[in-house]
Design a protein around this ligand. Structure first.
Ligand code: NAD
Ligand code: GLY
Length: 354
């Protein structure tokens, strides 16, 4: 069991993050400890509802079951959630509770940010990606026909409850996509400016078998480390005006891969790992890192046996990268490795591709 907390100075808000592996049937009482006598609407991923309906034991009328898939992260579903909260006559003192993966957390979080101009929110992540990343830090939003996550809000939850037992029923593809984000944290660790030193590269390298076997202690530890690193970044830069950009390590190329394959062929984490491989190669060829570090990165990625993604046509990738939210007038800003577990932001040298 680990208790962490985030303090966001700008909105004078701090909230707890609890990581534990108790029986899932005990989750409801943990929720009630937070909500007290206030009411709540639970927005829950369809698969999670099917598997854990009995243990969670929520009243049917308080549940919005969210169909599976990124496609549900849209205006229509957002409206449906708000209508459901209105039908229940929730007030500003009440809660929206997101139980599911990143899609559920982003969507329910955005609904919470706009319902009555902001209602309480509890994030209960059930995928590894949501546990190590999306449930903390307050990014919420939906996709539009113009692109992913283009409408949303920074909206911090009141609490994040992480029960690692949920991760036992994730399929291998979803577990690996979360590991893609975990590996990302390893390569940015020193730039996160955390007071605690984790040496996540080493930890992941030494414990790959136990992690892939989803041993509870290991899951708790990688979540604790990634979330601690994320807290350190978000506390310093909630709205991504500087430091928080490092969390996009591997993502610029990764987003291009997702876009070029219509968000179907590869998961987010798989695409991020491809992005990490690409940027390590770029950094080495540009003389930003030594070859031995590139080998360390390649070895670590190999240990987790991520899905192999072939190289894409450079022109197409470049043009997709230019559409990224993080592209600026000066060019494509990428987060590059600069030393062991360190990264920095720089404008990409497009001539490199010629
Ligand atoms: P997801 O939410 O689509 O979940 C993947 C699948 O796993 C779904 O089918 C879901 O029903 C199922 N599932 C969830 N928990 C399960 C469990 N315990 N057992 C069995 N099945 C389970 O995917 P994801 O990878 O969690 O999230 C991806 C989303 O997160 C994207 O929309 C991305 O944009 C967003 N994201 C947000 C942030 C942020 O900071 N807000 C960060 C990274 C990613
Ligand atoms: N996952 C990127 C961020 O939270 O900023």
């Amino acid at each position: 069991m680990h208790n962490l907390s985030v303090k966001i100075n700008a909105c004078e808000k701090s909230y707890p993050i609890r990581i534990f592996d108790d029986e899932i049937s005990g989750l409801k009482s943990k929720i009630l400890e937070i909500t007290g006598k206030n009411r709540f609407l639970v927005v829950i991923s369809e698969k999670v509802y099917k598997i854990y309906k009995k243990q969670l034991n929520f009243e049917k009328e308080r549940i919005f079951v969210l169909k599976d898939g990124e496609r549900e992260k849209n205006f229509k579903t957002f409206e449906k959630i708000l209508n459901c909260a209105l039908k229940l006559k929730l007030t500003r003192n009440d809660y929206i509770i997101a139980v599911g993966g990143g899609v559920c957390g982003d969507l329910a979080g955005f609904a919470a940010s706009s319902y009555m101009r902001g209602i309480h929110l509890i994030q209960i992540p059930t995928t590894l990606l949501a546990c190590v990343d999306s449930s903390v830090g307050g990014k919420t939003g939906i996709d539009t026909k113009f692109g992913k996550n283009l409408v949303g809000a920074f909206y911090q939850p009141d609490a994040v409850l992480i029960n690692t037992n949920f991760l036992k029923t994730l399929d291998d593809i979803q577990f690996k996509t979360g590991l893609g984000e975990v590996v990302k944290y390893a390569f940015i660790e020193k730039s996160c400016k955390s007071d605690e030193e984790f040496n996540l590269i080493n930890f992941l390298s030494l414990n790959s078998e136990k992690i892939l076997a989803r041993e509870s202690e290991m899951l708790e530890e990688i979540i604790r480390i990634c979330i601690s690193l994320k807290i350190s970044v978000v506390e310093k830069d909630e709205k991504e005006s500087g430091l928080r950009r490092i969390l996009n390590f591997g993502h610029t190329y990764g987003h291009a891969v997702e876009k070029l394959t219509n968000y179907h062929k590869y998961t987010h984490g798989e695409a991020v790992v491809k992005g990490i491989e690409f940027i390590f190669d770029y950094a080495f060829k540009k003389g930003l890192i030594v070859e031995s570090y590139k080998f360390i990165a390649q070895d670590l990625i190999k240990k987790y046996n991520f899905k192999k993604i072939p190289d894409f046509c450079t022109k197409k990738v470049l043009s997709a990268m230019k559409m990224d939210k993080k592209a600026t007038a000066e060019g494509i800003v990428v987060i590059v490795p600069s030393d062991y577990a360190k990264v920095e932001a720089e404008v990409m040298d497009e001539k490199f591709f010629e």
